[in-house]
Design a protein around this ligand. Structure first.
Ligand SMILES: *Cc1c(COP(=O)(O)O)cnc(C)c1O
Length: 363
């Protein structure tokens, strides 16, 4: 019964959308994740019945039973992706199939129903088409899309739920950080342990990272860096972004996918682009003490974080209980970081050719 790869969508969009003038004001300064579009997608799942009742409906609060499983045991997963408006006025998605595949793996890890990949992508397309007017035209802006799934079964026993809601909402967004290099706090807390959920995009991972994030803010840092949970030594990733290092021999490195870090689509895309530029690329473990030593000796030239929301963001400084490191001048964006960022943005924005077939036109 769960084999339907997609479903007919019932279109009952908002009859009182935000007026065009108000929408234009919002799009002039969207912020990040504050304002949502007029509509949302909701699709239901029930064991034995499968996915059904796919709707494009007005964006509105949900009505959930207070005993809904997600509210108690956090059976929730999500994705983050963007729709872009090209210079020609088309609307595109970047590697949506990769988000669909990762969502399926996250669902598997959280023992949730699997959303067929075609249904996932179709739901995203449906929302983007109906809310196309919300895709900003400014080159550093985009429509951030948040597909997610919650366990909606009313039941307080601990078991995988038999009912789920898959939803898609969207929010016009500007740049996540400015152009300036950010400071990063090296946390003593751990984000993920071997065998845990670090590789799944689940809300629980974020809940567990917030105290570290708060601590980072207290130390004047914008972001937090997590080390591995076993040796407390190997660099894993940021709270919500992967991390890359650029060395004085021109090579770049990023931590390997050992199961405790998120398989970033931005990470994967940058690895492909870097190899295409002829850079030496290593996916290998890098110890925090080595980072402090390499920053001091000048071997480590640039560090950046990457993810869909912030794209590529330079890191200027690390600070933690074991030391402090300034990367390069500690400010601005380094040449390799900038080259990689521009290559990725060029493809995403349709200003550069798309040799890997990453861009899907929606409108
Ligand atoms: C989403 C996410 C990333 C980045 O993944 P992208 O696919 O590049 O957006 C990295 N780390 C964590 C913990 C994440 O949740």
């Amino acid at each position: 019964m769960d084999s339907a790869t997609t479903l007919p969508f019932t279109l009952s969009p908002s009859t009182s959308p935000v007026p065009p003038q108000r929408r234009a004001e919002i799009l002039a300064n969207p912020g990040f994740g504050r304002v949502f579009t007029d509509n949302m997608v909701v699709i239901r799942y029930e064991e034995g019945k499968g996915w059904h009742d796919a709707r494009v409906q007005p964006y509105a609060p949900l009505s959930l039973d207070p005993a809904a499983a997600v509210l108690h045991y956090a059976q929730e997963i999500f994705e983050g992706m963007k729709a872009y408006r090209t210079a020609e006025g088309h609307i595109t998605l970047f590697r949506p199939q990769a988000n669909a595949a990762r969502f399926r793996k996250s669902a598997e890890r959280l023992a949730m129903a699997q959303v067929p990949e075609d249904l996932f992508v179709e739901a995203v397309r449906q929302l983007v088409r109906i809310d196309a007017a919300w895709v900003p035209g400014n080159p550093d802006e985009s429509l951030y899309i948040r597909p997610y799934m919650i366990a909606s079964e009313t039941f307080l026993g601990v078991k995988p739920a038999a009912q789920y809601l898959f939803m898609v909402i969207a929010s016009p967004v500007g740049a996540y950080f400015g152009e300036e290099a950010v400071s990063v706090w090296v946390s003593d807390f751990c984000r993920a342990a071997p065998g845990g959920t670090g590789e799944a995009k689940c809300g629980g991972n974020y809940a567990a990272s917030l105290m570290a994030q708060q601590e980072a803010k207290g130390h004047g840092c914008a972001q937090v860096l997590f080390l591995d949970a076993v040796e407390r030594r190997w660099i894993e990733e940021m709270g919500g972004m992967n991390v890359f290092f650029v060395f004085d021999d021109g090579s770049i490195a990023t931590p390997p996918l050992t199961g405790t870090i998120l398989r970033g689509i931005t990470r994967d895309s940058l690895l492909t682009l870097a190899r295409g530029m002829g850079l030496t690329v290593r996916e290998e473990r890098y110890a925090i003490d080595q980072l402090y030593a390499d920053a001091a000796s000048g071997r480590l030239k640039e560090v950046f974080a990457c993810g869909t929301a912030a794209v590529v963001s330079p890191i200027g400084r690390f600070r933690g209980h074991r030391g402090e490191a300034v990367i390069g001048t500690g400010a601005g964006i380094g040449p390799v970081t900038e080259k990689l960022r521009n290559a990725l943005i060029g493809i995403q924005r349709g200003t550069a050719p798309d040799p890997h077939g990453w861009v899907e036109r929606v409108l």
